[in-house]
Ligand binder design. Sequence first.
Ligand code: APR
Length: 186
Amino acid sequence: MSTQGDRDAGAAGPTGHRPPKLAAVLADITTLQVDAVVNAANRALAGGGGVDGAIHRAAGAATLRAACRALGGCEPGDAKATPGFRLPARWIVHTVGPVWNGGSRGEETVLSSCYRRSFEVAESLGAGSIAFPAISTGVYGFPSERAAEIAVHTLRSLRSAVVREVLLVAFDTSTLGYYRRRLASD
Ligand code: APR
């Protein structure tokens, strides 16, 4: 596993809120020992392919499907949590990314909201560490490099007294490269 980026850890403010350490890794997100993994789901939270399928299989498909059904769906840009069941992670935070439509339909704002809301939901559960997949960059077609910029920019703006570590999980080396470039820039 390859990591980068402890340069984001900063000084605590008066309330103990600080920027979490932000790092990029090349990994299957279902294997990570973190408190919360984020899932790139659909509005129905019905399971699917890609990282959603991998998370459902690893967590236990029938159990996770039942837990998701009880959540009653999720709007794009929002996030909702279930237990992690058989995953090493204690929680799964399901978020719904935008479907790419050329970029003029608010896709960037919705993607940024996915990162912020998932962070907030994980924080409210007491998660000290969170792993994010590259939301919307698979089936939903969001350009990977721009998505990496939005992920890093949004996560860098967040402060927490609870969340100490955020992992940006790439599933291919070009996405890892995009994350590394953004993390190395100001
Ligand atoms: N670990 C980490 N990342 C993964 C994994 C995995 N096991 N499997 C796939 N990925 C990566 C993909 O390479 C891609 O970069 O997750 C990123 C997001 O791709 P998708 O899973 O296709 O998610 P998204 O583009 O947000 O589309 C969501 O796909 O499967 C359906 O139910 C899901 O309808 C929803 C849609």
